[in-house]
Design a protein around this ligand. Structure first.
Ligand code: ADP
Length: 488
């Protein structure tokens, strides 16, 4: 037998990629195709599901040809979450464009259902927001005649992106969704990981249109590449896959991705946590019918604050320059920068808030402002970590990825701000790595996720907290004063 490889299909928001991993976690080959973004109206974002499928097949074929299809032991899937596809189960054709997670067209529906939010949160762990899938389905059935007619005649199939792809890759035989993706639809009961009849009724979603909810690893479906049958044995939504790829497998292990914005997921163990701090409670994975859970929070502005310093203010020439500038001064000189350029996300939830730079004096230089912008990442993360602690999850370690963490100063400041060890991985494709780990478990190459994490070990560099508690507290107080001004 030739050395087995795990092939991952990562159907993201802006691109679809296929990546082949060795069992030791190295990337052997990859291919990518961009996905067209459609903006038919203000706040609307759509994808062509047929394009996602065609690009997925092309990427899978390309990588299989590069590595030799006989080497591929199994396929793992990961995807942009919450985005929903509508298709005709008799023909397999999309009935409309896919409505993308960013789409805000259902804000009015959410507003009319606001009174149900406590019940919805108790059942799903989610807050009533257009982001999640349920109101998108309700809107499409009501407003797109092709979708509404298919729903009435029982021809409608609905699914998130991985569900759509698995349906087609399996030749229309398998309509499933993994429990992590299902947990983002706002239709799944978090405790049972089954569709909830009350929620289906509330959002007007016909049960017959929905896929079956399945584990994240196991014999999910079978596809064919270059005439060879290959099992699909792993699936998880992108943030969950990244947490798995970062080896966040026990309570208190956190992963945060610092890109344009920041997404933080904290492993929370075997019981669904209830957040009293407006964090989202979600499925981390489901294996052998049993769920593990996570708490999740998003920061809207992370790297985009650095981009704004470069393109808006023009005080740095490149994002990378922020590192040497921050290092060039001993402290922030009293400057705080709350980068609420697009409102504040978790745990503040103030979409209309706007940014603030304060504490300026005659001695303030651009280095202080740049340093404050980087420090804001640690402080925003600390706000989330405090909310997690209040919800019962104490941070043990933070594993980071995303474009910003190339900045060593930032990583050290995260450790200093939080007082926890920050770890940066060797292979930055943590999302795809997590899907590969699940596929490896599902096909029996690894006994379980800890064994997969050990085999594909990915830690590279550790940053240990180096400031004393008094300094950490003083910086928290300075930040909290600035946040209070923004919220006022
Ligand atoms: P996304 O996936 O959201 O498009 P990336 O993960 O590619 O984003 O990260 C890009 C972001 O990271 C940009 O906003 C950029 O300003 C920021 N960034 C990149 N390099 C650095 C750096 N060395 N220091 C600080 N920020 C950086």
């Amino acid at each position: 037998m030739t050395a087995p490889l795990l092939l991952v299909l990562d159907a993201g928001t802006t691109s679809t990629r296929a990546i082949a991993f060795s069992l030791t976690g190295d990337i052997v080959a990859s291919a990518a195709r961009p996905i067209t973004q459609h903006y038919p109206a203000s706040g609307w974002v759509e994808h062509d599901a047929g394009e996602i499928l065609a690009c997925s097949r092309a990427c899978l074929d390309e990588v299989a040809a590069q590595v030799g299809v006989d080497h591929i032991a199994a396929i793992g899937m990961t995807n942009q979450r919450e985005t929903v596809v509508f298709w005709d189960r008799t023909t397999g054709e999309p009935l409309a464009r896919a409505i993308v997670w960013q789409d805000r067209r259902t804000a009015a529906i959410c507003a009319t259902l606001k009174a149900h939010e406590p019940m919805v949160q108790a059942k799903t762990g989610l807050l009533l927001d257009p982001y999640f899938t349920a109101t998108k389905i309700r809107w499409a059935i009501a407003n797109w005649p092709m979708v509404g007619a298919a729903a009435r005649d029982g021809r409608l199939a609905v699914g998130t992106v991985e569900s759509w792809l698995i349906w087609h890759l399996s030749g229309g035989t398998t309509h499933v969704t993994d429990a992590t993706n299902a947990s983002r639809t706002m239709l799944m009961n978090l405790a049972t990981s089954e569709w909830d009849a009350g929620l289906l009724a509330l959002f007007g979603v016909p049960a017959a249109a929905l896929p079956s909810i399945v584990d994240c690893a196991g014999a999910l479906a079978t596809t064919s590449i270059a005439g060879r049958a290959i099992p699909i044995t792993g699936a998880a939504g992108d943030q969950q896959a990244a947490a798995i790829g970062q080896g966040c497998l026990t309570p208190g292990m956190l992963k945060a991705t610092y890109g344009t914005g920041c997404f933080l997921l904290a492993h929370a163990g075997a019981v669904a946590p209830v957040s009293h701090n407006r964090l989202l409670s979600t499925v981390a994975w489901r294996l052998n019918g049993r769920c593990a859970y996570a708490l999740e929070g998003a920061i809207f502005v992370a790297g985009s604050a650095i981009q704004w310093l470069r393109d808006g203010l023009g005080i740095i020439a490149s994002s990378a320059e922020s590192e040497e500038l921050a290092q060039s001064v001993p402290d922030n000189g009293g400057v705080s920068f709350v980068p609420a350029l697009a409102g504040l996300g978790a745990p503040h939830w103030a979409p209309d808030a706007r940014g603030l730079i304060c504490g300026l004096s005659g001695g303030t230089t651009r280095a202080h402002v740049v340093r404050a912008a980087l420090e804001a990442q640690g402080q925003q993360t600390a706000d989330l970590v405090d909310a997690l602690a209040a919800d019962g999850v104490a941070a043990a370690v933070l594993r980071v990825d995303g474009g910003m963490v190339a900045n060593n100063w930032l990583c050290q400041d995260l450790a200093d701000s939080l007082g926890v060890v920050v770890e940066r991985p060797r292979v930055i494709e943590t999302t795809a790595m997590g899907a590969a780990m699940l596929a490896g478990v599902g096909v029996g190459l690894f006994a379980d996720l800890p064994a997969a994490a050990a085999a594909m070990a990915n830690a590279d560099r550790r940053f240990h907290p180096a400031t004393d508690a008094a300094t950490r507290t003083q910086r928290r107080t300075q930040w909290q004063t600035a946040i209070a001004r923004v919220l006022a």
